[in-house]
Ligand binder design. Structure first.
Ligand SMILES: Nc1ncnc2c1ncn2[C@@H]1O[C@H](COP(=O)(O)OP(=O)(O)O)[C@@H](O)[C@H]1O
Ligand SMILES: O=P(O)(O)OC[C@H]1O[C@](O)(COP(=O)(O)O)[C@@H](O)[C@@H]1O
Ligand SMILES: [Mg+2]
Length: 530
């Protein structure tokens, strides 16, 4: 095998079709969490030669199908073929072997690499319309667009597939076993997309796989639509495994929700654009305040627990921001090239400045200067200390005590306002497509998948690819370089400290401490912070 192939096979269960067609087993591919014969006797269309025996280095990271463990499941023709709106569409159904490439930037000798099954309606469905009993649950933090996805799942099931039994699970995962369900109809959800939040309620914690699957089984639910972030998708994967173990005809579909944009593989999560848009209002306010006061500093804290995408994109969009601090890019306060020096430069040069800080930035600095509290939320996510308040105080103290300068710092914390708003128009369309892709996948018998755009095309992605890591800003990528060039802020890093391992979770700390050691910043800095 060509050694270059290894970089394309990020999952340990990936199957390599790189060998010549005659050499490999054409019916094998990666079906979610286990390797299966997905081609024989399972009622599914066989994969065409183009998928399995075509060009070299083609990997399909496929999702499970109900017929993988229920081989005698009968298929029916998709009712959409008689639907007045869709039947006129040329090629409305996706081809059975359509796949979406994970890598679209290639060289003339590149392997074809990893692909995901393309989302969309299939000619064959594995559920009769009147047999479907679907449920929808929303888990984790809020995100603009949740209600739109709920609405579009309900309306899509009703209007595209004639499904009339859809219920909502109240209050996140624990609602499966602790609450009654809410009947959902196109009428009851008609206006919900105009509201922020989730009409179903949400929660952290409370994931009990056995109790949840008992409830699904007991209620006769056979399609489960799960809206949530990385934690939720882990929970969805556990639910799917238990359903498969029990041999139930229940499709489990995940719809990725995260305002932090921390879910990997997909291009972007819904609500993210709304959040960036809403953040502009806070940044503009910070700019106005800072411009109007002598030595004004406007400081805005935005969400981003481990990933700084909202801060980065809001900064790039605004152009009013002079410094953006994110969890992925360590920084330091004092000394040459530090934040304080840069603030002083901006104030002297322009008379004011705007700083955007993501909530997860600078946590390692804070823990050096204040008592560290190792707290978690009910889902096990690390609870951060308020970096906005902390850094405001650090800046004020430094300029008052060390520089004898009067500064006017205005701290704006719009975090919950940003995620509680209704989604903007482009997110509404995105939510609609996600909901419809999820419905088509479940009706076609796929299960154990998350739906999302990969290079602009919706795909079914196995859970393990979604939950194996978090999506982070790569500070050696062009986007971060664009940000640095737009704000003119220091990178806070010596180039030699930036390695390929930069997304290692310990790297922030390593980078900061190695920088300090080499530049003798530690003594001066940490003591002063204390
Ligand atoms: N590893 C896990 N296994 C099973 N369930 C999980 C796991 N991590 C989180 N969950 C559940 O998923 C739900 C949402 O997780 P959380 O991390 O709060 O939000 P998000 O899904 O937005 O990341 C919670 O109900 C939590 O109990
Ligand atoms: O206060 P809450 O509701 O726990 O939410 C805070 C967290 O929720 C988020 O907005 C999103 O997190 P999730 O996507 O994991 O739900 C984070 O940015 C933030 O740290
Ligand atoms: Mg999360």
């Amino acid at each position: 095998m060509d050694s270059s192939f290894s970089s394309f096979s990020s999952s340990s269960t990936s199957v390599d079709f790189s060998a010549p067609a005659s050499d490999h087993l054409p019916s094998f591919r990666n079906c979610g969490s286990s390797l299966m014969d997905c081609n024989g006797g399972n009622g599914r269309d066989a994969l065409g030669d183009s998928l399995t025996g075509g060009d070299y280095h083609y990997v399909l990271e496929d999702v499970p199908h109900l017929t993988d463990y229920l081989p005698d499941l009968p298929a029916n023709l998709n009712p959409l073929q008689d639907h007045p709106a869709y039947s006129a569409v040329k090629q409305y159904f996706v081809n059975v072997d359509d796949a979406v490439a994970q890598n679209v930037v290639v060289h003339n000798n590149s392997p074809r690499g990893t692909h995901f099954r393309r989302a969309g309606p299939r000619q064959k469905v594995f559920f009769e319309s009147d047999e479907v009993h679907a449920c929808i649950v929303t888990c984790g933090g809020l995100c603009p667009g949740l209600n739109t996805v709920i609405r579009e799942i309900v309306c899509g099931l009703y209007h595209m597939y004639g499904v009339h039994k859809v219920v909502g699970i109240e209050g996140g995962y624990r609602g499966f076993y602790a609450r009654n369900t809410i009947p959902l109809t196109p009428k009851s959800v008609n206006n919900i997309h105009k509201r922020g939040g989730t009409i179903l309620g949400t929660s952290r914690g409370g994931h009990n796989t056995t109790k949840i699957v008992d409830s699904i089984q007991h209620r006769g639910i056979n399609q489960v639509y799960i809206l949530g972030g990385d934690g939720t998708q882990k929970g969805a994967a556990a639910i799917f495994e238990e359903i498969r173990r029990r041999g139930l005809k229940v499709a489990v579909a995940g719809i990725p929700k995260t305002i932090d944009n921390d879910i990997p593989v997909i291009d972007k999560s819904f609500g993210f654009d709304t959040a960036v848009e809403e953040a502009q209002r806070a940044i503009s306010a910070a700019h106005v305040e800072s411009e109007s006061n002598e030595n004004g500093i406007g400081l805005v804290k935005l969400m981003g627990r481990n990933s700084g995408f909202i801060a980065m994109y809001a900064t790039l969009a605004s152009r009013d921001v002079d410094c953006c601090l994110i969890p992925e890019s360590p920084f330091y306060l004092e000394g040459e090239g530090g934040l304080f020096e840069y603030i002083e430069h901006c104030i002297k040069e322009h008379g004011h400045m705007v700083i955007v800080i993501a909530e997860g930035a600078g946590q390692e600095l804070m823990s050096e200067s204040i008592h560290k509290l190792d707290q978690q939320d009910a889902s096990g996510n690390k609870l951060h200390q308020d970096v906005g308040l902390w850094i405001s105080q650090q800046i004020k103290d430094y300029f008052k005590e060390k520089r004898k300068m009067v500064i006017n710092l205005k701290y704006i914390d719009p975090t919950y306002m940003i995620r509680a708003v209704p989604s903007i128009a482009s997110d509404n369309i995105f939510c609609t497509l996600l909901a419809q892709s999820a419905i088509h996948g479940a009706m076609a018998g796929y299960t154990g998948f998350t739906v999302g755009p990969v290079n602009g095309r919706h795909a079914y992605i196995p859970f393990h690819r979604i939950i194996e890591r978090q999506n982070k800003v790569v500070i050696t990528d062009r986007m971060w370089a664009r940000l640095l060039s737009s704000t003119n802020q220091p990178s806070f890093l010596h180039p030699k400290h930036v390695s390929d391992e930069q997304n290692d979770k310990n790297l922030s700390v390593q980078l900061v401490s190695s920088f300090r050691k080499e530049n003798h910043v530690e003594e001066n800095n940490v003591k002063k912070l204390k």
